[in-house]
Every structure is written in C-alpha cells, then in structure tokens.
Design a protein around this ligand. Structure first.
Ligand SMILES: NC(=O)c1ccc[n+]([C@@H]2O[C@H](COP(=O)([O-])OP(=O)(O)OC[C@H]3O[C@@H](n4cnc5c(N)ncnc54)[C@H](OP(=O)(O)O)[C@@H]3O)[C@@H](O)[C@H]2O)c1
Length: 283
C-alpha cells in the first residue's frame, strides 16, 4: 500500500517531501503536472482511487506571486478550484487531504504574529487564490491546512538562489527591501514537520515556519555572510523596488499550535539556512 501521494512533486516542497518520506521508510508516490494535472478532476479521481493513499499532500501551486496579478484566473484554477478536485477524490477513498497554504492570506497589518484563527484578508491575487484553496481543502472530510512562508529548497527558484546567483555573477552591491518581515523556511524542515503533524493526527489549520523572523534585507545579509561573500547589502523600502503584486509588510506566523501538537518548534531560520547551503553545495 502507498501511504502518501504528493502532487507538485517536482517543486521545492514536493521534492523535500519525497526525500523525507524515503528517509523514514514511508511509501510515497509523487506526480507533477506532466503526469497528474490537478485541474483534471477525472484524472485526480482515477489516480487517488487507484493508489488509495492514507494522505494526499498537495504541494502543487502557481507560485509566481507577481505573475498572479495579470493571470489571476489561471492561478485560481490551480491554487483554488483544483483543490476542490483533490478534496472530492480524497472523500471517496477516506484519504486525508493536506493542503499547503501561505502567510500571504493575511494583510500583514497586525502588530503581532498571526494565529490560525485570525481572519485572512489577502492583499494580492496570489493570496486570494491560496485562500480559495484553503476553503476548498476545508470541504474535505479529513483535512490539514499547513500555512508556511518564504520557502526555499533544493531544486527551486527561491530568494536564496536569486541572491546566490547575483553574488556568483560578481555583484558588489545588493539592494534589498527592509520593510517586509516574515520567516524564511527551509523545505526540508517543513517536510519533516508535515509528516510529524500527520503522525500526530493533526487536522484543521496549522502554521509551520522556521523559528524567528527577519526582513528580506536581513535574510540577504545572512545568506551573503554564510556564503562568505564580499558584497554590500543595502536596505531599501518596498516603494523603491516596484513589483506587480503588493506584499504584506509583516506576515509573521504564530506557531504555538504546531509546538503544542509536536512538542517542539521548527529549527531557527539561520540554522536551517546553513543546512540548506551545505546540502545544496553537496548536491
Ligand atoms: N515558495 C514560497 O515562498 C511559498 C511560501 C508560502 C507558501 N508556499 C506554498 O508552498 C507550496 C509549495 O511551494 P513550492 O515553493 O514548493 O512551489 P514550486 O517550487 O513552485 O512547485 C510547485 C510545483 O507545482 C507544479 N504545478 C503547477 N501547476 C500544476 C498543476 N496544475 N498540476 C500539478 N502540478 C502543478 C509546478 O510545476 P511547474 O513548475 O511546471 O509549473 C511545480 O513543480 C505551495 O502550495 C505554495 O503556494 C510557497
């Protein structure tokens, strides 16, 4: 029997989930859009009915935040509507649906970390589509919605890799926004937390990010320091770097529910970054 079906398995989190499952001896099957497009309700029903997994972890998404502004319908079809296909299929087989969501469902105006029961109020198209995905996931009888943030992982197009690329190209000075705060999160640590949450029978919404928070500027400075790079990192304001999508200024997530479920927090973000850089150099 296959325990896990992972959709979006070629993405940062999808890869990390399959690696973590393999390390734990959990049987898992992964599919990306080329073998299972989650927008195809019939294909989803057939695949889930055939595999009958204990849990389906949906790591598939349209994650290009700025592109979502001009392509909201396309993003909604993947991040929102398609999750309804997964929920319906999971209900036919008694499978637990695990939906991955985001800190960007919040406006970022709160002066404290967001709790699971705080009201979402997305300020960009990506956040709206991901919130619809949460609503669709919640229609499944057995569901777990894991909100994470600022994700990076092996094989991904992440902020860490963007900074590394610029340093590698010889940049002497990097301008990075210092008025957006969040929690950088390593996909390997998130995958471990998700499998632990499933082990503990967690349901409902859970926030899962590496411990601590910083700004993109603070994150970039730490990446440069850990790479031993001789580069000047300069703080700028969001308005100095125009982007298509608005970003929440402070989308730090409260992780006390995760801690009480697992009896541990996720590792600190700096430590996670060091392990990622080591693993990515080795691979
Ligand atoms: N990245 C972040 O900073 C971040 C932050 C918070 C939450 N999250 C959430 O965390 C989850 C994992 O993110 P990630 O960074 O691992 O994403 P990712 O690296 O962009 O991977 C997403 C994967 O989903 C695939 N996909 C897209 N459309 C699909 C479809 N219709 N059917 C099946 N697969 C499809 C993509 O394939 P293609 O590449 O071919 O399109 C890609 O392999 C997502 O739910 C995301 O919203 C991410």
């Amino acid at each position: 029997m296959t325990d896990l079906l992972v959709t979006g398995s070629d993405g940062q989190l999808g890869r990390a989930l399959l690696a973590e499952a393999a390390a734990r001896g959990i049987s898992a099957e992964g599919h990306d859009a080329d073998t299972l497009d989650i927008r195809d309700a019939g294909a989803v029903r057939e695949m889930v009915g055939w595999i009958r997994p204990v849990a389906l972890i949906n790591a598939a998404a349209f994650t290009a935040v700025d592109d979502c502004e001009a392509r909201e319908d396309e993003a909604m079809a993947i991040n929102g509507t398609a999750v309804g296909n997964l929920a319906a299929a999971c209900d036919l087989t008694g499978t637990v649906l695990v939906q991955i969501s985001t800190d960007y469902v919040f406006s970022g105006e709160a002066d404290r970390p967001y709790r699971e029961d705080d009201s979402p109020a997305p300020i960009n198209a990506y956040g709206r589509t991901k919130l619809r995905g949460e609503e669709m996931a919640a229609s499944a009888r057995e569901h777990l919605i894991v909100r994470t943030a600022w994700l990076y992982g092996l094989g991904g197009r992440s902020f860490v890799e963007a900074i590394r690329r610029q340093i590698g190209a010889g940049a002497a000075r990097l301008q990075v926004v210092d008025d957006q705060r969040g929690s950088p999160t390593f996909a390997g640590d998130l995958a471990a937390a998700i499998l632990d949450l499933l082990d503990h029978g967690a349901r409902g919404i859970v926030h899962a990010v590496n411990a601590g928070s910083t700004t993109w500027f603070g994150f970039a400075r730490e990446i440069a320091a850990q790479l031993g790079a001789d580069v000047e990192v300069v703080p700028v304001r969001t308005g100095d770097v125009p982007r298509a999508a608005a970003r929440p200024p402070r989308s730090v997530l409260d992780t006390r529910r995760l801690e009480s479920l697992l009896g541990r927090s996720m590792p600190p973000w700096r430590d996670a970054l060091a392990r990622y850089l080591e693993a990515s150099c080795a691979s």
